[in-house]
Design a protein around this ligand. Structure first.
Ligand SMILES: Cc1cc2nc3c(=O)[nH]c(=O)nc-3n(C[C@H](O)[C@H](O)[C@H](O)COP(=O)(O)O)c2cc1C
Length: 285
């Protein structure tokens, strides 16, 4: 385990102690100073800001919001056009605070909304302006349908000398739902537990049954959860499941978004225990 990773784990342990109301007794005084961490995030419409606050509460990290010097236009379509142009030209937007003082932080929880399946331009601008070498970077994101894994891989490429950990992500629909903050708190807490335990993406993907053909019940679960995502043109081919408090489904699908070329994707769906809500799409990846 790298030093940076040990530091994040000790910081998480201290935050957990603080959350449990740990007394400042002799043993606490004798403990080594906790690693300093910050939640650095960009959010256009607030979903990632909510998630950032949950991360800050759960870890005791400072909160640093990255702001655009000139915010994106207020409509979705014009933001799409602005972001498309930035991506095509590689000219990232100017930030109000491109270089926050990060020297004192060993660990950065880096939060952003997925744009065009990738790290959004404001966060690209932040990464271009700051060298995160030697720091532990914990990516987290909100998205319409997915982009968690791909964006974390992108950060690894952009910051090759940082220790980039597993990433956390939650869909916009889930975090902005009525009980969304509660859902996100639960998922952040589970994610931090997995991070502390040193779990890898591969381990986290484990525990599913063999892939099998769909039953009528699987098809009904799939149809209900993907109802709001018709634009993705998802066609389930097979499924595997994992029993949790409820059921996790992983549907192997063909995706034909916006009539583009067909692509193989995994669609994760969570079905709560009976009487606790409807099946919901977790991620497409
Ligand atoms: C320009 C733009 C591009 C987006 N591209 C994607 C995308 O490729 N995939 C996706 O799942 N969601 C995409 N989204 C949805 C956002 O990631 C999602 O709504 C997010 O929760 C917004 O976070 P915020 O409220 O913090 O700004 C896009 C949104 C915008 C505005």
């Amino acid at each position: 385990m790298g030093n940076a990773k040990k530091l994040v784990l000790s910081a998480l342990a201290c935050a957990a102690l603080a959350a449990c109301g740990g007394e400042k007794g002799e043993s606490a005084k004798a403990a080594p100073a906790a690693a300093k961490s910050a939640v650095v995030f960009y959010s256009q419409n607030g979903a990632t800001r909510s998630l950032a606050k949950i991360f800050a509460e759960a870890t005791g990290a400072d909160l640093v919001e990255i702001k655009l010097a000139k915010p994106y236009p207020s409509t979705y379509d014009s933001t799409i056009a602005a972001v498309r142009e930035e991506r095509e030209t590689g000219r990232w937007p100017e930030l109000e605070n491109a270089k926050p003082d990060l020297a004192k932080y060993d660990t950065l929880y880096l939060g952003y909304p997925i744009m065009f399946g990738a790290v959004p331009p404001p966060m690209r601008a932040f990464l271009d302006s700051n060298d995160l070498s030697g720091k532990t970077v914990v990516p987290f994101c909100t998205y319409g349908s997915g982009g968690r894994k791909a964006s974390a891989e992108e950060i690894k490429t952009l910051e090759p000398k940082a220790d980039v950990t597993i990433a956390m992500g939650i869909s916009n629909r889930r975090i902005t739902a009525e009980n969304g903050t509660e859902t996100a708190r639960g998922e952040v807490s589970l994610f931090l537990e997995n991070l502390r335990a040193g779990k890898t993406e591969e381990v986290l993907c484990g525990g599913y049954s063999e892939q099998r053909p769909l039953t009528a019940e699987d098809s009904a679960v799939f149809a209900k959860a993907t109802e709001p995502y018709a634009y993705l043109g998802l066609k389930p081919l097979s499924v595997s499941t994992q029993v949790v408090a409820g059921m996790n489904y992983r549907f192997a699908c063909e995706m034909n978004a916006f009539g583009g070329p067909a692509k193989q994707v995994d669609v994760k769906i969570f079905r709560p225990l009976p009487g606790r809500g409807e099946p919901e799409l977790v991620v497409v990846e």
